[in-house]
Design a binder for this molecule. Structure first.
Ligand code: SF4
Length: 276
């Protein structure tokens, strides 16, 4: 998305009462100058900010310090550092260590390590060590078998059998082409899926936010969970477009996107409308 577009959307988001924005990628700090400027704008519009980065920029203590200094000036609230086999293929874990060392000079920025949840013993050990030594929180980032992760062997992922929880955290997301979805996983399945809520180049962001706030699908997923909706579709004998034979899922969102996107959007919408 062009910086000018993001800039005007930050103003719209603030006017619409949104309190926080999160810049993700790819790797947002590949466009450091632009991101820093957008973080400043977000701050000026009263928004709390967070970004996620793999720390590729921390090639020396000096570089780590300089970038952290710029991030501090931008008013960044939270820096999430992603670690895991996919990241450490390209970014040495030393970079992460340097950031954690420099972070003491920037207490204004909260740092959280985001560890890809795969069965990679070495990275678990590193994350635990870093967390203990530097006293940083570690969060787990679920790895869904899409994209490069599709090639991971089943034994490298954590599969679960039961998926009966409620949707824990859907947060609307704007993708680079301005398509908006009810959550970041939704964008994996594109416009034709039930997760799509509009395009910000065709309608004001304010209207898209309203649609999200009024979405019966969101309400249903948050109050009953995707499992209840899938069961309801099955009970009504609504046929999926393509039967999804998968039985094992990594976590709730994997189940949710695989199952719900296999049904026609209209079928999902009509079912939810009758239920709420
Ligand atoms: S994929 Fe489903 S369960 Fe996960 S956040 Fe999105 S709506 Fe909620």
């Amino acid at each position: 998305m062009k910086p000018g577009t993001v800039s005007s959307q930050l103003k719209e988001l603030s006017k619409a009462g949104i309190k926080k924005v999160f810049f993700s990628g790819g790797e947002p700090l590949l466009y450091q100058k632009e991101i820093i400027s957008l973080l400043k704008e977000a701050k000026a519009n009263g928004l709390r900010t967070s970004i996620i980065s793999n720390g590729f920029w921390a090639t020396s203590s000096k570089e780590a310090f300089q970038t952290m200094k710029e991030l501090k000036k931008s008013g960044l609230n939270t820096l999430k550092i992603s670690i895991g086999p996919f990241h450490q293929e390209f970014t040495p874990i030393e970079n992460v260590k340097r950031i954690l060392k420099e972070r003491k000079k920037f207490p204004e920025i909260q740092i959280i390590l985001y560890l890809d949840k795969t069965r990679n013993e070495m990275l678990f050990e590193i994350a635990n060590l870093l967390s203990r030594q530097k006293k940083v929180p570690v969060a787990f980032s679920e790895v869904v078998p899409f994209g490069r992760a599709k090639n991971l062997l089943e034994k490298e992922l954590f599969y679960r059998e039961t998926m009966k929880e409620k949707c824990p955290y859907n947060i609307p997301v704007l993708s680079p082409n301005q398509d908006a979805f009810i959550c970041c996983f939704g964008q994996l399945k594109g416009r034709s899926s039930s997760f799509f809520i509009g395009n910000a180049s065709k309608e004001p962001l304010k209207e898209i936010i309203k649609k999200y706030q009024k979405s019966k699908l969101v309400k249903h997923l948050q109050s009953k969970g995707p499992h209840a909706l899938v069961k309801e579709l099955e009970k009504r004998k609504i046929k999926p477009l393509k039967p999804n034979k998968k039985k094992k899922f990594v976590f709730l969102c994997h189940y949710c996107i695989e199952k719900l996107s296999s049904y026609k959007k209209g079928d999902v919408t009509n079912t939810v409308n009758e239920l709420i």
